[in-house]
Design a protein around this ligand. Structure first.
Ligand code: GLU
Length: 290
């Protein structure tokens, strides 16, 4: 059995991903300020422990829609509409984050990325430098895809994958994916009563990679199990331990990092042959063989 306490003890650089559905009230689609507050407090506390922290947050499109009084999420919205919503919502989202981070005396920064940030050597180098400078300055980078210029859904498209890319880029020690699922099951727990919950994934086998289902039941994010397994593949191959856990209680962040047995842990197996820019490029081209 994996000794999670020992594994988590010296995690210094942590990336936390939170999905749109975790930040909203289900009933209204409005932001859940209590959750946001707990999230920011958890992250600030990690900073106070001397750790480097990155937040990958969704919500730009959802918050933008609310702001311009459009009906809730609709997958059929034209891309241009989603991009316009993201333009409104990203600024709002950051305004709210900035305010709460400031309450805890922390400085937050915004980094918006696209596929080219990874694929283009100069862009990637610049992004890496910015992250490392922000860490040196004690600032917490808040990351999202630049949905207003990236063509949403055909570039990186989902923040599960984006967060693993970020974790790899900054050479993080751990990636926490907080979502509306408890972790990885052998099948969809909503439709199959005989499913088994998987506590630790020692190795991402082909069989496991095929197990992902496209949907989590979430109506606001784009990530399902497939994207989480893809994130696990990137994280593991680039030496990052990853945990998928339920965001219903955001305080799982410190519990996971103190070694409690929460969520599914995907153990890192660094593969020196893994080429992140190439992987992202192939993913973008829709190649199934990567
Ligand atoms: N980048 C999108 C947003 O902020 C979300 C992508 C996702 O749900 O994973 O609205």
């Amino acid at each position: 059995m994996t000794d999670r306490k020992a594994l988590m003890a010296d995690k210094k650089r942590i990336v936390v991903k939170i999905g749109s559905s975790s930040l909203q009230h289900k009933e209204t689609g409005d932001l859940d300020y209590t959750k946001l507050d707990v999230l920011v407090r958890e992250l600030c506390n990690l900073r106070n422990m001397g750790k480097d922290v990155v937040l990958v947050t969704s919500g730009a499109i959802a918050v933008g829609k609310k702001a311009i009084l459009m009906k809730e999420h609709d997958d059929d919205d034209p891309i241009a509409v989603k991009q316009a919503c993201a333009a409104v919502g990203q600024a709002r989202l950051m305004m709210i984050y900035q305010k709460i981070f400031a309450e805890y005396n922390q400085v937050a920064a915004q980094i918006l990325m696209t596929k080219n940030t990874i694929v283009d050597n100069l862009n990637r180098y610049n992004a890496q430098n910015t992250f490392s400078e922000l860490f040196k300055l004690g600032v917490i980078p808040i990351v999202n895809e630049n949905d207003t210029v990236a063509t949403y859904e055909i570039e990186i498209g989902d923040n599960d994958t984006l967060s693993a890319i970020v974790a790899s880029l900054v050479e993080a020690d751990a990636l926490l994916l907080l979502s509306d699922i408890d972790g990885l099951y052998t099948d969809d727990p909503r439709t199959n009563p005989d499913v088994k919950y998987i506590e630790v994934v020692e190795e991402l086998t082909e069989e496991l990679m095929n197990m992902g289902k496209a949907s989590t039941g979430s109506s606001v994010g784009t990530g399902g199990m497939t994207t989480k397994l893809q994130a696990a593949k990137i994280a593991s191959s680039t030496g990052v331990d990853m945990v998928i856990a339920n965001s219903s209680d955001i305080k799982v962040i410190h519990r996971i990092l103190s070694g409690q047995n929460i969520g599914t842990l995907f153990l890192a197996h660094k593969d020196e042959r893994f080429d992140l820019p190439l992987y992202v490029q192939r993913m973008h081209l829709g190649e199934k063989s990567f």
